[in-house]
Write a protein of this length. Structure first.
Length: 406
């Protein structure tokens, strides 16, 4: 098959949507498919174009048999709702350089990755011209999250974007997304259930596996062997609601708990300043680490924090959870009852559930479980990852779906 994928995030971005788009493309290419990607310059999650891609314009590179077409885009230093919209619009305009000639080429499958949600317009136009299979893949219900988090204030702008989303959802052949809750949300927008497919985020369970904690990893981050490691790793942004970590670190500064924050994002500087103002010595911040260190880092954690705001419930699915489950991690998960995240963790007994945005709930969960035997939770987490999140099984199922529909 000839497959064209359109998404703003791609390797060498290590986390988030870019990680999954990259792994999907490389897996599809490994099966003998001809895969092309139209994407931007890497900048996630620290909102700064990676050094090796700075001051570059349009170009194409081959990465693991995938033809990657790069377009320049505006990346704001201060991330606001308005700046994010400009960021996404600049990408859409910039990629016309690559899209225009491809409107005259034949592909078997077009996959547009949202967010940004408007990227689906390219798929709609291409489908109209060629009747090609068009899949709109939703990693994050961006519009719903923006509304509930108050990131878009203008009613006119909201109505325009809602209309655009409706057109894309209606005109796609299939809409895929990553959780049951998100599938229900798409269905509530008037999309028939038989048009919505599950395409969950995955993990390589052989790579991300349980292991004895490596003392050298603790030393790398300057963590005393007597401390219990409370790890938050990933994007540090508005949707996570991780500012409560500072309050909890302050409350537990006399305990064994040590908070390790690894990642980047628009909210990181504020967190660092807050921790510094409180002179906390039981919390450290580090940038994202090389991927080869990730299994070792995850395995030194006594607890993993999977936090998000109430308003983001069932609109996003924390991608970091797949790796945590795969290494048999004990996760403290903030989720409201009735959401997919809550139900999955609760039904499979594979984490400690707390109320979102509650510093007291997080403090109590840590204090109560700091010296408990959590091996049952760890075993359940690993079992779930192996049973439902294995990369090879998910990709084979998706590939079979594409083959049958083309």
């Amino acid at each position: 098959m000839r497959i064209l994928i359109y998404g703003i995030n791609y390797a060498p971005e290590l986390i988030g949507i870019g990680k999954y788009t990259t792994e999907m493309c490389e897996w599809l290419a490994s099966q003998g498919n001809e895969v092309e990607v139209i994407t931007g310059m890497p900048s996630y999650p620290n909102w700064k174009v990676f050094d090796t891609y700075r001051k570059r314009w349009w170009f194409t590179e081959i990465i693991r048999n995938v033809r990657v077409h790069r377009s320049p885009l505006y990346v704001p230093k201060n991330v606001t709702g308005a700046n994010r919209i400009l960021h996404e619009i600049s990408f859409g305009i910039s990629t016309l350089i690559f899209w225009t000639p491809r409107l005259f080429r034949r592909y078997d499958v077009i996959i547009c990755i949202a967010p940004p949600l408007q990227l689906g317009l390219a798929g709609v136009i291409y489908k109209m011209l060629h009747k090609t299979l068009f899949i709109y893949h939703i990693q994050d219900l961006q519009l719903d999250a923006a509304k509930q988090l108050g990131l878009i204030k203008s009613k006119f702008l909201l109505s325009v974007v809602e209309g655009l989303e409706k057109i894309i959802l209606k005109r796609s052949h299939f809409v895929s997304t990553i959780s049951d809750g998100m599938m229900r949300k798409v269905n509530s927008k008037g999309i028939q259930a038989d048009k919505i497919i599950s395409f969950r985020n995955w993990i390589d369970t052989s790579l991300m596996a349980p292991a004895t904690p490596d003392p050298s990893i603790r030393s790398l981050f300057g963590i005393d062997s007597s401390k219990k490691v409370i790890l938050y790793s990933g994007n540090i942004g508005e949707k996570q609601g991780i500012e409560i970590i500072i309050e909890v670190a302050e409350a537990l500064k006399e305990s064994e708990a040590f908070f390790l924050i690894i990642g980047d994002g628009a909210f990181k500087k504020k967190l660092q300043d807050l921790a510094q103002s409180k002179r906390l010595e039981n919390i450290k911040f580090f940038p994202l680490q090389p991927i080869e260190l990730l299994p070792g880092i995850l395995n030194i954690a006594d607890f993993h924090l999977v936090l998000q705001k109430k308003a983001a419930a069932d609109l996003v699915m924390p991608s970091k959870l797949t790796a945590i489950l795969s290494v048999g991690g004990a996760a403290i998960v903030s989720a409201e009852k009735g959401t997919t995240l809550y139900d999955i963790v609760d039904q499979n007994k594979m984490g400690i559930l707390i109320e979102p945005e509650s510093a007291s709930a997080l403090r109590i969960a840590i204090s109560k479980n700091l010296n408990k035997d959590l091996n049952k939770i760890r075993r359940n987490a690993r079992y779930y990852a192996q049973s439902y999140l294995e990369k090879e099984a998910i990709m084979k199922q998706f590939h079979s779906f594409l083959t049958n529909k083309v």
